[in-house]
Design a protein around this ligand. Sequence first.
Ligand SMILES: NC(=O)c1ccc[n+]([C@@H]2O[C@H](COP(=O)([O-])OP(=O)(O)OC[C@H]3O[C@@H](n4cnc5c(N)ncnc54)[C@H](OP(=O)(O)O)[C@@H]3O)[C@@H](O)[C@H]2O)c1
Length: 291
Amino acid sequence: MPEHPITVVGASGYLGRYIVAELDARGHRVRAVVRDLTRSAQPGPHGSPALCGAGTELVRADVTVPGQVTGLLDGSRRVFSALGVTRQKASPWDVDFRANLTILREAERIGVESMLYVGVLGVERGTSLVARSKTAFAAALESSSVGGQIVNPSGYFSDMASYVTLARRGFVILPPDPDMRLNPIHGADLAAFCADLSGNQSVPHSIRVEVGGPDVLTAREISQLAADATGTRPHTLRIPRRLLNGAVWTATRISERHGNLARFFAEARTGDAVGRCTGTRHLSDWFQEIA
Ligand SMILES: NC(=O)c1ccc[n+]([C@@H]2O[C@H](COP(=O)([O-])OP(=O)(O)OC[C@H]3O[C@@H](n4cnc5c(N)ncnc54)[C@H](OP(=O)(O)O)[C@@H]3O)[C@@H](O)[C@H]2O)c1
């Protein structure tokens, strides 16, 4: 077993769990940083694995507290970050930008060789605080002495689960442009891509990659896959653009956090989100599994 642990932050999330499992399966020592040891030792959301590999050490820390990041990376040459706000009640600026930056500064201090950071495909065109926080961190990583691998994926399978949930209830919701294309990716396929990229000695000091799963699908096709998997014929509700804009306006009045999330989701449903096709897992099979 190699002597240097690979540190993974955001290890308890959907993607982070797959990254830890992939590195562990490849025989690496993994230091998985989590804020809840008990929850992390249990299976995660959408079938993601428990953090219980033989080479995995669970370390409890709140990475939004700078004092708890000091020493966290000691001995590591490589760091992975799948850290970011999705459903959590926190400011994306504090987590996606500040906490990732604190980790990067610690990585610089101890001379870590590379940090692989998972962002979102197309995020640099976004105006929400989530988008601006991720873009600001990616810029900091690109100008760092630590080698930066920025992986910007299309939607995860976990994010597509709502199509199945809604189809079971008899309806599906389509974005204003139902022909927008994306290639959703399974967490295990994305984790394998990240592990390959980080372990590849020939990648440049700083690299940015847009990636997605093996199938490029329109939103309309995804809703049909959900209907097929559930054996239903759901009603289709297409959200008009002005309604989406109205939802962002309303959410902004509820709270800054709601407004930012609504803006992020609205922008994510505008235009294609297709990355380099990778992986072997198909959304149609996954829908059958979860239906
Ligand atoms: N879901 C998608 O379709 C999708 C698509 C493209 C890119 N991405 C990006 O990929 C990354 C990982 O996504 P995911 O779906 O795996 O998200 P996730 O399941 O919510 O995991 C996010 C990770 O960040 C941690 N985190 C969040 N807020 C925190 C806070 N305030 N303090 C400390 N830790 C915090 C979580 O810890 P806890 O488990 O303790 O909450 C978890 O480990 C995110 O940056 C996301 O934006 C997601």
